[in-house]
Design a protein around this ligand. Structure first.
Ligand code: AHR
Length: 502
């Protein structure tokens, strides 16, 4: 089978927004404690953050870090995480049935984010708290002048404001598992009120209203419409969250996940446009896809599940520690292709999460850290997608993908940097049975040389990287032939590839 891929270098979708390659660090499980932070680890810095993890985060190319939750934020008091560590209270985390020691809070995380070369984006608690505490946090974090809150920040060791630009107004407020969940109307009003108050402090803040937690919820669509009817003129983004998993060994259906993500983006975009037209507004609300990944939820308790015992409130329990397969990495790569192809509406996104908790990085307490399979497509895409995304026409063989029916085997996205004339083509073969010969027509580029061609594939689609075998799955060179402006390569079944051209 042959697939013809034709990047349209003169048809720009939009720029590659730097915030497309964000990740998410929730104060839960081993994400922070024994994840990014482990004071007695041999690589720990003076603040207690693991140096090996910081290196991997930088290499991953993460641009933004969403913090501190997630479900956790809906019960969090930000004040618990500032001031002298020995005076911070130990609290129960009702979202994950754990104990939060508050050793790491805003100041520590912000320094770590800066050292990891990433912008911090903060979520405020609109579950158990409200406008007043959210406003106090913004003032504490961002006020340049003198006030009780800004001076408290200074006394706590931070002279300059953190200058956090992007703020999530709560988290998954529609989810019945969320502490203090609300109806769309209640939340829309609250989001509008909080956003207006934030803008009195600083009109240039970028504000994210919560969209649906998942498209399978009965309120999906209605939720976005109602929230935007209340808050359209007050916010800049509405969030999307989507997680995918292979169910009952149906790899073919699982590999079609990026089509589902496309549907979510199209549905939410349509709702944004609908509300914009009803409101006769010129403003464009964008999508912040601030939680996306593969997550094997069927194997795990849902957040908020009733605990089996009330005695067990562990600190940093090993929860949601999925071990990713080669097929999972192909799905992650194809989800990135979908995000790239939608940069006209998706201006920010966060892989959820980063370390240990459904993360591309895994740590062994006291031992090494290693890259999961999902690390590679993310690092390559974040590292190589530059300039603008251009339209990519793909004619592809199709194959049956379970309930999804027939789908295109090949999906692709192309970025083009007019400054230096370089282009990068990202490809995935979602067939579980057939290799596909891909013919990429780059005649529009003029002279063409291949600078790099990399492939992620394992004949065992379920091969994983583990502490015992941390490099089982990785990238390999992809054989390419270049002739008269055409780049040809053979993509094996269940594979992801990147071709960098100049
Ligand atoms: O990323 C794990 C959880 O998924 C987050 O806490 C929540 O926002 C979502 O349900």
């Amino acid at each position: 089978a042959v697939s013809y891929v034709r990047p349209q270098f003169d048809q720009r979708i939009d720029v590659v927004h730097p915030r497309l390659f964000g990740a998410f660090v929730e104060q839960m499980g081993r994400s922070v404690y024994t994840g990014i932070y482990e004071a007695d680890h041999p690589t720990a810095d003076a603040r207690g953050f693991r140096g090996d993890v910081k290196e991997l985060v930088r290499e991953l190319g993460v641009t933004t870090l969403r913090y501190p939750g997630g479900n956790f934020v809906s019960g969090y008091r930000w004040e618990d995480g500032v001031g002298p560590v020995e005076e911070r209270p130990v609290r129960l985390d009702l979202a994950w049935h754990s104990t939060e020691p508050n050793t790491v809070g805003l100041h520590e995380f912000a320094s770590w984010a800066e050292e990891s070369d990433a912008e911090m984006m903060l979520a405020v608690n609109l579950g158990t708290r409200g406008l007043e505490e959210a406003l106090e946090l913004v003032e504490y974090a961002n006020h340049r002048g003198s006030s009780e809150l800004a001076d408290r920040r200074r006394r706590n060791g931070r002279e300059d404001p953190f200058d956090v630009r992007m703020w999530c107004l709560g988290n998954e407020v529609d989810g019945p598992w969320q502490l203090g969940s609300l109806s769309a109307e209640e939340y829309g009003r609250l989001a509008s009120r909080v956003a207006r108050a934030f803008r009195r402090f600083d009109p240039t803040l970028e504000l994210v209203a919560c969209g649906s937690s998942a498209s399978f919820l009965p309120t999906f669509g209605d939720w976005e419409r109602e929230v935007l009817m209340q808050a359209y003129d007050d916010v800049d983004f509405i969030s999307c969250h989507a997680y995918y998993e292979e169910i009952d060994g149906d790899t073919a259906a699982f590999l079609s996940s990026s089509d589902h993500m496309q549907q979510v983006i199209s549905d939410v975009s349509a709702t944004i446009e609908h509300v914009r037209s009803v409101k006769k507004s010129d403003r464009r609300v964008r999508i912040s896809f601030d939680e996306w990944n593969v997550w094997y939820q069927a194997d795990q308790a849902r957040p908020g599940a009733v605990p089996t015992s009330n005695d067990d409130w562990p600190i940093a329990p090993p929860i949601l520690e999925d071990q990713y397969t080669a097929a999972d990495a192909v799905v992650v790569g194809s989800l990135l292709i979908t995000l790239l192809n939608n940069v006209d509406v998706v201006h920010a996104a966060c892989l959820a999460q980063l370390v240990n908790v459904i993360g591309p990085i895994v740590t062994v307490p006291g031992g090494p850290a290693f890259r999961q399979t999902s690390y590679f497509p993310f690092a390559e895409t974040a590292g190589r997608a530059r300039g603008s995304v251009v339209k990519t026409l793909v004619s592809s063989p199709t194959h049956a993908a379970g309930d999804r029916g027939d789908i295109a085997s090949i999906v692709a996205a192309t970025t083009f940097d007019p400054l230096d004339g370089t282009a990068t083509v990202f490809l995935a073969n979602r067939s579980t049975t057939d290799s596909v010969s891909v013919d990429v027509d780059v005649t529009q580029l003029g002279v063409c040389a291949v600078d790099a061609a990399r492939l992620l594939h394992d004949p065992d689609f379920h091969a994983k990287n583990t502490a015992a075998e941390p490099e089982r799955v990785g990238l390999m060179d992809l054989d390419v032939a270049v002739e008269a402006g055409h780049v040809r390569a053979e993509l094996p079944p269940c594979s992801w590839a990147v071709i960098a051209l100049s």
